[in-house]
Design a protein around this ligand. Sequence first.
Ligand code: G6P
Length: 491
Amino acid sequence: MPEFADGQEAGRYSFVVVACRLPVDRVAGPGGEMEWRASPGGLVTALEPVMRKAGGAWIGWQGSAGEAPEPFDTSGMRLVPVGLSPDEVRTFYEGFCNATLWPLYHDVIAPPEFHRSWWEAYVAINRRFAEAAAAQAAPDATVWVHDYQLQLVPGMIRAQRPDVRIGFFNHIPFPGYEIFAQLPWRRQIVAGLLGADLLGFQRQQDAANFLRACRRGARLATRGSHVQVPADPASPGSAVRDVRAAAFPISIDTAGFGELARREDVLARAAEIRDALGKPQVMLLGVDRLDYTKGILHRLRAYGELLKEGRLGPPEAVLVLVASPSRERVEHYRVLRDEVEVAVGRMNGDYGELGSAPVHYLHQSYPREEMAALYVAADVMLVTALRDGMNLVAKEYVACRHDETGALVLSEFTGTADELSSAFLINPHDIEGMKDAIMRAVTVPPAEARRRMRAMRRRVAENDVAHWAATFLDALEHAPGRIRQADAPDG
Ligand code: G6P
């Protein structure tokens, strides 16, 4: 085994994924004992074949406070848990990740909080992930780091393991510089990200925002989608490393959802759902994590006005609102839950009748089968996010509509809107416009609905999550990454 600068040995895995979360659930095994099992998320579905082929390891947190369990093998990959103490969950996960970066990167829909102690925790935990990755990576391995929780990891890995190829993908938006500039540690974040050879973003605009942060904040030269980074940050001379920042819109396991939506039990469940709702003519559906970026209150305001004006209402039309529990100890999420529940309660009180309510609210998480049944059952899907990196729910709905019926009302402020332009696009801040779009979706002539759905299904079939992963990994393999003399910058 070769040794590196700090005496560390290289590991065994030639493909290493580093993400805040491990792709596992803790479930009861055959003998009743608790064991870890791979959870069927889109990312792991896409990466599993690569993992199996390359000998892959996945480094992540198991989602609860406490010591990390021992590494273990499942579904052809090595899972390496990283532990967080209760205090680190508070300062790193709930604090810097979800009360500083999350609101900042989503256009400050909620005010971000800046605390130096949270930043210190972010640095320490990023180092823990980076060390675990550096320890697992074989010589010349490929390491793929994911999302806003781990933006310092690329730079930290590069410092320890200059032999490995490093990719980073940001699943959420990257904000405009005027907003990003608020972050007291913006310089360190940009430097951490630039440890990668390739930086992937959801939309062109996100990549452009990052490149601008490099120019404005870090005073680095860019050419097209390339940033020139001093090869040795300690002595910024003329030798540079090329880092590419570009858009790679993520997608879903299209075939997997498609298959679910054809399964007899799922179709039977879809029929059962409609029966349970009192066989409405129109079932509207919203599915989100209960998060203030999703525009749930804006959606309820529009729907409430349609009820008040008598343009929609039970028993003919009902709204099913699935809001899965999320980050429940973070203050903004607690406040939002109360606001949503007050709004739903008020609407059902004002416009419901015995046996028929205008809103069926479910603060629960469901398995993929139940989600597919809901998508098959729903006539109109409402995606009203105020800002969303992509929005995979919109794509899942489309993937489940085999008969090309159904309508998607989709916020312009999602990455998905760049791809699914045949949806009924809305600005969720424009309540009147949203109401009209909902009514157009409810009353769309079948031929037009089919035309729109067909175009959207084509797009989701072409760009599924396997295609996304393959495109990113191919670009990473071909990323310049070499050290050379600096070029003249753009403009
Ligand atoms: C978004 C983020 C992910 C995150 C997920 C769930 O999709 O991009 O990184 O894992 O939300 O949030 P949670 O805080 O439960 O991990």
